[in-house]
Design a protein around this ligand. Structure first.
Ligand code: GLC
Length: 438
């Protein structure tokens, strides 16, 4: 297909999914605004409508809590979504905004990346004005992550819910979830084979085959976690007190490290002074990624916040330190070696979210095997910055080939390339435009 034609298809999807100031990831399956989705989407939209890209970010920042947190979801206010809003009931926290209902957890902090990329498309004056407006809000968010989410000042931020990583059902998280977070009543329902009742309330399995999504038991556990957080008014001290588990996710922390360094650049570009102490925190966060490195296996892994044990199961998150820019050249070489390994990550349609030889590889299940365009985009960016241009071009070509053949689907089989998940998915469309415009 001609580039022009593919760009047109992707633009049409982004127009179709538009809802006032923001873009829904996929109107039926995901009808609200999501944090990292909006960042990826704005990165594509900036190529044809900078005002709309700015509005996408402004609308996301409208959801920011008064303690700095940016929530992973900002809910559509329509009556038909009342149940979604009530599950979270963000107003049970004194920090939630009055004018919009949101979730009470966050998602990978990619706002600085999106803002910098939009800035590249603006005139100098417009760029500085845009940065001046949004940069303090991003800094406030990063400060929140590096204080509230790092209570022991270890440099790594912790995540309290699998959705915070963006890789919802990634195996190390699901393993921990089953081990530490299953209350007796869910175990009982499972034993009585009544866990299927939850499918009455699930939106995803209404539109997609259950084999592609989390299991009913996992859905119940996830729902129960939200119930607990809400009961504790989203107060992190209360949540951590007697918490069953939380994880310092290596993917999340890698994305934070890169976005921290972009934040420093944004301050410079806008000729603004960084808040006192932020620079030191950023430095510490970046160097702390090394705590996730396992020299024995040659992988980065997420860490259990309580025991400090590494969760030694490689996934796409193990490769994301390449995007951080905070690792050594040797470590980058090792990641590239894994990317090319035909038995693990180097499949026909890369990059699988779990390596093929991983214990929990599943060709079609969401973040347990399929390839995703957003993580490919992050890896392509990291590859380029570490000088691996040949590999970056290869992943770019293979990514575009999939979208060209099937359209902008949510994810694809890494083995056979067949499309999976939602059709007409916003970040796939937006990042395809970005990769084609490069
Ligand atoms: C799924 C993805 C998550 C994304 C959301 C909206 O839950 O796992 O990363 O933000 O959908 O697209």
């Amino acid at each position: 297909m001609e580039h022009k034609h593919l760009i047109k298809i992707c633009r049409d999807v982004l127009d179709l999914n538009r809802n006032k100031d923001h873009t829904m990831p996929a109107p039926h399956l995901y009808p609200h605004q999501w944090l990292w989705d909006s960042c990826f989407t704005a990165i594509g939209i900036r190529h044809f409508d900078t005002d709309r890209a700015i509005r996408e970010i402004d609308s996301l920042l409208e959801g920011q809590w008064s303690n700095g947190m940016i929530p992973n979801m900002i809910f559509d206010g329509a009556k038909r979504y009342r149940a979604d809003r009530n599950v979270w009931l963000s107003k049970s926290s004194p920090y939630s905004p009055d004018h919009v209902a949101t979730s009470g957890i966050t998602q990978p902090p990619l706002v600085a990346e999106a803002v910098m990329r939009i800035g590249e498309k603006l005139s100098k004056t417009k760029r500085v004005a845009f940065y001046k407006k949004v940069v303090p809000k991003i800094a406030f968010y990063h400060e929140w992550l590096m204080t509230e989410r790092d209570p022991h000042e270890e440099g790594l931020t912790l995540q309290i819910h699998p959705w915070e990583t963006g890789l919802d059902n990634s195996p190390p998280w699901m393993g921990q979830l089953h081990e530490h977070s299953k209350p007796w009543w869910i175990a009982l329902l499972e034993k009585l084979h009544l866990d299927g009742l939850v499918s009455l309330f699930r939106r995803d399995t209404r539109y997609l085959p259950p084999g592609e999504r989390i299991t009913n038991t996992e859905a119940l556990i996830i729902f129960d976690m939200v119930r607990r957080f809400k009961r504790k008014s989203y107060d992190i001290t209360k949540i951590l007190h007697r918490s069953l588990f939380c994880i310092e996710d290596v993917g999340f922390n890698s994305i934070l490290a890169r976005n921290n360094s972009i934040l420093i650049d944004l301050y410079k570009e806008a000729r603004m002074k960084m808040p006192e102490g932020l620079g030191q925190k950023i430095e510490k966060q970046s160097s702390s990624l090394q705590k996730c490195w396992d020299a024995q296996t040659g992988f980065f892994f997420s860490r259990d916040f309580i025991t400090h044990d590494l969760l030694k199961e490689p996934t796409i998150a193990s490769l994301l330190p390449l995007y951080s820019g905070a690792i050594t050249k040797d470590q980058a070489n090792r990641i590239v070696e894994c990317l090319m390994d035909r038995k693990s990550f180097g499949l026909n349609h890369p990059i699988p979210s779990v390596p093929m030889n991983g214990a929990n590889f599943d060709e079609v299940r969401y973040w347990q095997g399929p390839s995703w365009v957003n993580t490919n985009w992050l890896m392509i960016d990291g590859l380029k910055r570490y000088g691996f241009h040949k590999e970056a071009s290869m992943i770019t070509e293979k990514t575009l080939e999939l979208v060209n053949l099937h359209g902008p689907y949510e994810y694809f089989s890494a083995l056979h390339g067949n499309p999976l998940g939602a059709a007409d998915f916003s970040w796939t469309a937006a990042l395809t435009i970005d990769l084609l415009s490069d």
